[in-house]
Design a protein around this ligand. Sequence first.
Ligand SMILES: [Zn+2]
Length: 376
Amino acid sequence: MEKILSDFLEMVTVDAISFDERKVADICLKKLEELGCVDIYEDKAGEKIGGNAGNIFARYPGTLPGSIMFSAHMDRMPQGFGIEPVIENGVVSTKGDTILAADDLGGIAAIFDGIRKLKESGQPHPTVEILLTICEEKGLLGSLHFDYSDIKSEIAYALDSPGHIGRIILAAPHSAKLQVEVFGKAAHAGSEPEKGKSAAVGAAKILATLHEGRLDHESTANFPIFQSGHGATNAVCDYAIIKGEARSLEKQKLMDYITYFEKHCRETAEAFGVTAKTEWSLGSPGFKNDKESASVRLATEAFAQMGVTPMPEAGGGGMDANRYNYNGLQAVGLATGYFDNHTVNEHVFLDSFLRTGEMVMRIVMEYGANPEKYKV
Ligand SMILES: [Zn+2]
């Protein structure tokens, strides 16, 4: 069996979850050491957020100038205990009652395999920086608490995206959570309804006239939660709340939407005779690279050398790459062959996955050969 596959199976069959990554972390520490990595350390992020393992950082030293960072996360979604992988017709899946955790232990196995292939090649190469995070599935908490001041790389790859090898996630949206509380006036519904003012109707008017869904080619909004009243039908409703979210690849568009949302809620409520109180908070920062960005060109060149078709596109969610970009790295996501992650149908195509070590190696070698070409 290929080493990348046996590493992967070893990691998915130990139990781990967000805040409880200890067993996977211990395997990773051991393997990084065996591979010849240096500067290996585990940070205190786990202690800060109530977990039993920290983010792990390491370097695989090279003799050529510069370095490239690769990252993957050690935690996994719930339903990730007692995983029994099944390999059939070139696909790894599970018996159907757990996830597979190829998201994201496939990414970790790919990084290890890339290091192994660099070593086996005997060729000079630049340094590889490796960051294995905790609690990615919990709002990117591990990468939030990592100290980036010691990172030497300018370019980073998060090996953490669904899809076949070749898919490059070059952008991810900024996001915000939004809500509006609507305050009306209670009154007996049967004897004096004219003395009341329905918050439910006011909120309904707000929602019915709010721009949402797809706002433009890079912005969306969604308000799926609507609650009102206190469970009784005999009083005019004095309270309602609507909750939702908005996303955009452009931070300014998101901020403009929030301004619009606040104004729309206030004015619609006033016109109807109720009051609205809006609240919002920003989620993890988004990022936006394009096909000309050094990180994307470098991955594209590596794929060309492998005969793999590059598929650069924007993603719709958050991943550690969001935080890496925010912290000054130019980071993109790379797919490792898994599909249907976060479900019991999660599976990984071996024809993609088995080449991800080579992908890592070629990115590093290409960077080493042409560092000037990939200056950020
Ligand atoms: Zn993931």
